[in-house]
Design a protein around this ligand. Sequence first.
Ligand code: SF4
Length: 72
Amino acid sequence: MRVSVDRDRCCSSGMCVMNVPDVFDQDDQDSLVRLRRTTVRPDQAADVRLASELCPGGAITVVEDEPGPASA
Ligand code: SF4
């Protein structure tokens, strides 16, 4: 799973940073969101999805991994 942010939509609420600090950070200068990583570990996926849903600016986009080939 991958994540991206639109800093033009971020309103600096800091909610994502509080909830998933390993993935999200805030810029020291303008307090807008910054990403620490764009690839999300499986154990962080649920928290990042929730951060995207709760973001008041709608600034966080989650891109789910394509399903792999079905095993027989
Ligand atoms: S939750 Fe959304 S609006 Fe708040 S800091 Fe994170 S990206 Fe910005």
